[in-house]
Design a protein around this ligand. Structure first.
Ligand code: AMP
Ligand code: DBH
Length: 543
């Protein structure tokens, strides 16, 4: 017997919802409406390009409509969740617009996720199907999906883009039953949080709220029908998806170019070939691109805006973007839960290089509070909380996380420590919680510790973030070996890989210690312990 599973919901109080509608943020449009409107405007304009395909807006809608009918013909019902683990290929769009048209709810997984994460997403969301690509960048996703299905039998269908074997071929999906009426205030998809405590949480976003966020983002980034947006980061990330990302670009009637990977050589050749005008990267990639630019044979002159976000971009590096790449830098500080900040394209240089931008919306409410929950004096650092027309009011199916992460009046506790400058510009100072922001991928310390603790030679483990010149932060696991054992770092790393987790969660470094030598009396909290280990490490006294 399968257990009844809650349908994802996102509920704003009536007065705020009314206000967001009245102000024209929420327009009662669905993803399907957006695509249909663009097709009506310019059916023959190129919408999506990858290494094999060049599809117009009309092509995209036709393919999405076939997919939608095909999904429903398989027996999926509007409201059902479908895990989407699709890399940066053109088919991502018919796959997800097909789901939207059918009223199905994508649950976005990253190509880097492995069975441990996927099983968690599947169980927590109550997923009934998966859409995957056959292979990408040397990895075969079909055996992985089969492993997930073996653990979560509610997954009735695996739909494969490419060579499907004995699964359902995406290209065989054909229009069938009539498509349902889709409610714009309903949850359109579940996005994945980086996870600050334990496993990733599922983030329910509605058509209304998400479309507002990328429509307004596209305006801030001045996208037009002549813009060419390149998705360099994996498109399931909220940043390349919506800030303004691929959806903001399609909303603006622009062209989307899918880069199969973000290496400088790949990205630069696509920039030159397609005349890319804007793209977004994380800080370590910005550094690599700046290092590669002086020697590239490719013409990068079409690039007008390089967006950098996901982790802090230091001012010294920020100042080098224009001289090396010849384009405007835009800093982006956002989160899949909602609030996104941008430096504006015409901001003064010191704002662009020295801040992480200001919120999208006049109705974004931002609080900066001290440890007691009182507002800090202007310009002082404090905890960032946010509420607004595209910031969620709760995670899906996770009452414990909701009690921690939201205030009674609906503000989301971001976990970030920021200060606010005049004009509302935010400067990120750090994190309150224990996660590692590894090149923009957020990894929860607790999640890594739980994996390590499953190894018989690990008596205890504490994972901390260590500053890293290239990655921004890297993960360091302090491990107390179990009595009579002497585990080695490669063995523990291999063990974690064997458990089927994304590679970015495998600790970068393992330090063995005989004990945690905690000074506090009694039982110390994990946070105190991690902070102490981290400072011991930074002061080079780890043994
Ligand atoms: P998530 O909630 O997993 O979507 O991750 C969002 C988090 O990424 C934010 O709360 C910040 O901690 C971090 N982040 C995103 N953009 C930036 C940025 N430009 N500078 C510093 N931190 C950032
Ligand atoms: O890191 C993020 O999650 C992020 C960064 C920039 C994000 O969600 C966004 C912009 O929308």
């Amino acid at each position: 017997m399968t257990q009844a599973h809650p349908v994802p919901q996102q509920i704003w109080p009536d007065d705020l919802a009314a206000r967001y509608r009245e102000k024209g943020y929420w327009r009662g449009e669905t993803f399907g409406d957006v695509l249909r409107a663009r097709v009506a405007d310019h059916p023959d304009r190129l919408a999506v390009v990858d290494d094999r395909n060049r599809w117009t807006y009309a092509d995209l809608l036709a393919r999405a409509t076939s997919a939608a009918g095909g999904y429903l013909s398989l027996g999926l019902k509007p409201g059902d969740r479908v895990i989407v683990q699709v890399p940066n290929i053109a088919h991502f769009f018919p796959a997800v617009f097909g789901l939207f048209l059918a009223g199905l709810v994508p649950v976005y997984a990253l190509p880097a996720h492995r069975q441990t994460e996927l099983i968690h997403f599947a169980k927590r969301s109550g997923a009934r199907a998966m859409v995957i690509a056959d292979r990408h960048e040397g990895f075969d996703y079909r055996p992985l999906a089969r492993l997930v299905q073996a653990e979560v039998p509610d997954i009735a269908h695996i739909i494969v883009i490419g060579d499907a074997g004995d699964h359902v071929a995406f290209d065989s999906l054909r229009a069938g039953p009539a498509l349902p009426q889709v409610d714009p205030s309903a949850v359109a998809f579940l996005q994945i949080s980086g996870g600050s405590t334990g496993l990733s949480k599922l983030i329910p976003r509605t058509h209304d709220d998400y479309i507002y966020s990328f429509r307004a983002s596209a305006e801030i980034c001045r996208l037009t029908g002549d813009s060419v947006y390149m998705a360099a980061l994996p498109v399931a990330h909220n940043f390349p998806m919506s800030s303004p990302g691929v959806f903001g670009a399609l909303h603006a009637g622009a062209r989307v170019v899918m880069a199969p990977n973000p290496a400088a050589e790949t990205a630069f050749s696509l920039i030159a070939r397609e005349g890319v005008t804007i793209t977004g990267v994380v800080p370590p990639l910005a550094l690599l691109w700046m290092a590669a630019a002086p020697r590239t044979p490719h013409d990068l002159s079409s690039l007008q805006v390089l967006q950098v976000g996901g982790a802090k971009f230091i001012p010294e590096a920020a100042a080098r973007v224009r001289p090396t790449l010849g384009c405007t830098l835009q800093q982006v500080f956002g989160m899949a839960e909602g609030l996104v900040n941008y430096t504006r394209l015409d901001d003064p240089e010191e704002i662009i290089t020295g801040t992480q931008g200001r919120p999208i919306s006049p109705d974004d409410e931002v609080l900066i509070l001290d440890d007691n929950g009182d507002p800090v004096p202007e310009g002082e650092p404090g905890h960032l909380l946010a509420r607004g027309p595209y910031t969620i009011r709760g995670y899906h199916n996770d009452p414990a996380a909701n009690a921690r992460s939201f205030t009674p009046d609906g503000f989301y506790r971001t976990g970030d420590i920021v200060k606010r400058l005049p004009g509302g510009y935010l400067v990120v100072q750090g994190r309150a919680g224990d996660h590692i922001n590894r090149a923009g991928e957020k990894v929860s310390a607790e999640e890594i510790e739980d994996h390590l603790l499953a190894h018989p030679a690990v008596f205890d483990a504490a994972v901390v973030s260590i500053p890293d010149e290239f990655l921004g932060e890297r993960s360091c696991a302090f491990v107390i070996p179990a009595e009579g054992t002497s585990p080695r770092a490669p063995e523990l790393k291999a063990f974690m890989r064997g458990r089927g987790v994304a590679e970015f969660k495998v600790p970068d470094q393992v330090v063995f210690v005989p004990e945690f030598r905690t000074t506090a009396v009694g039982k110390v909290s994990r946070n105190v312990l991690r902070a102490e280990l981290r400072s011991r490490y930074l002061n080079k006294e780890t043994t």
